[in-house]
Ligand binder design. Structure first.
Ligand code: ZN
Length: 398
């Protein structure tokens, strides 16, 4: 598909001013003024009143479903393709969670491939909460070397009552093996750590960095905004060179959660002098979230939404006043660089044509383009997943 986005204010995420963007063959072919009128099949999008950003990257989604901690009936459903589109998410890293038995890597790989066929870009982490890791091919290193979709390990639980209580030596070996597999396969090879509310906090990660030669770029701890203490520990960890990830889907405060909204946490980290390029945000989408009624009574199980990622971005800009080029980093170029997603996270000639266009005033999604295909136009879904299409046809006929 050939697309000419005309006269749009683009953030790459650094500001590009008003420019034209030409999309051809799934890539950004040109950034800068141009007049390609007359090309056969050219679709023109008028960029007036809109802003262009790189498609968002969500590096921690339970695409296969997660949960299950309240018994079998609490297992959460799979991600539907359109749930990514309405969040402006064009790249996803899928992971297992607490349950690595009834959810497994073969299914996770198949689900990631399905989403890729439906129209976005996907990768996965090997393993789940527990250590030793349950792998697809026998070892972390061979998973990284033999399976293109696998770019690292995760989410491995530490400082949590649900973790396998891994020893320091087990964690060192795991991180080392993942790093080696990453080097040999040209991938990130990092370990995505689930941080719980446990008192140990980030101590297990700091000890790995203190007692081995492993660089901090191999560790990506997530859920750092789950309580104020962990967030301030995360700020110190990141100032010292570590990478940290904030979670945008949140249990309600009535659930006893002390989670700080990700947009607020981002502002606090920046105010405390954490370099903006060390922070990423992910949705934890399709994870289970207990829901409570207005009087605080348990009302049932809900599901984390990938859409919370985009809402956190809007809140970071509109609510917290973080400038656009900085607010975009945790959703675009930071995860692309940290996860080594080539062709992703920037608007630049030669990059994949993963773009979102938003209304300048409301910052609401207007258009979503992934790999050069238009998935949303003027706020309307133009593409859905395999099992969402029938209902879409009915809606169009109605
Ligand atoms: Zn987690």
């Amino acid at each position: 598909m050939l697309i000419h986005i005309r006269n749009i204010e683009a953030y790459a995420p650094d500001p590009q001013g008003h420019t034209d963007i030409l999309v051809a063959g799934g890539r950004i072919a040109h950034l800068g003024s141009l007049s390609p009128e007359g090309l056969p099949g050219l679709k023109v999008i008028d960029g007036r009143g809109l802003l262009a950003f790189p498609g968002f990257i969500d590096g921690h989604v339970h695409i296969l479903g997660g949960g299950g901690e309240g018994g079998y009936a609490s297992r959460t459903p799979e991600l539907m393709f359109s749930e990514a589109v309405v969040a402006g998410v064009t790249s996803i890293v899928g992971c297992l969670g607490t349950d690595g038995i009834t959810r497994n890597l073969a299914s996770l790989i198949a689900k990631a491939r399905g989403l890729e066929e439906e129209g976005i870009s996907t990768w996965i982490f090997t393993g789940s909460y527990g250590v030793p890791i349950l792998t697809a091919t026998g070892s972390v290193e061979s998973d990284l070397l033999l399976i293109d979709k696998i770019l690292g390990v995760g989410e491995v639980a530490v400082s949590d009552h649900r973790s396998s209580q891994p020893t320091h030596e087990e964690l060192c070996r795991l991180v080392a093996e993942s790093r080696r597999g990453g080097m040999l396969s040209g991938k990130a090879g990092l370990v995505n750590f689930h941080l719980g509310d446990g008192a140990k906090g980030l101590a297990p990660l700091r000890r790995i960095l203190e007692e081995t030669e492993i660089p901090a770029s191999q560790l990506l701890p997530t859920h750092l905004n789950r309580n104020p203490l962990l967030l301030s520990e995360g700020a110190a960890y990141a100032r010292a060179g570590g990478l940290i990830d904030l979670t945008t889907s949140a249990p309600p405060p009535e659930a006893g959660s002390r989670q700080i909204p990700a947009s607020r946490a981002l502002k606090m980290l920046l105010d405390e002098g954490v370099p903006a390029d060390r922070i990423t945000m992910t949705s934890d989408g399709q994870g289970s979230l207990p829901e409570y009624d207005s009087s605080g009574r348990y009302a049932g199980m809900g599901v984390g939404k990938v859409r919370s990622l985009f809402d956190a971005f809007r809140e970071a800009v509109r609510g917290e006043g973080i400038p656009l080029p900085t607010a975009l980093l945790p959703f675009t170029s930071n995860p692309a660089r940290i996860l080594k997603l080539r062709g992703k996270g920037r608007i630049q000639a030669g990059q994949d044509a993963d773009l979102i266009l938003v209304d300048r005033a409301s910052l609401e999604l207007h258009t979503v383009i992934a790999k050069g295909c238009i998935l949303m136009s003027d706020g309307n879904l133009k593409a859905r997943g395999t099992f969402e299409r029938a209902s879409m046809t009915r809606e169009l006929e109605a």
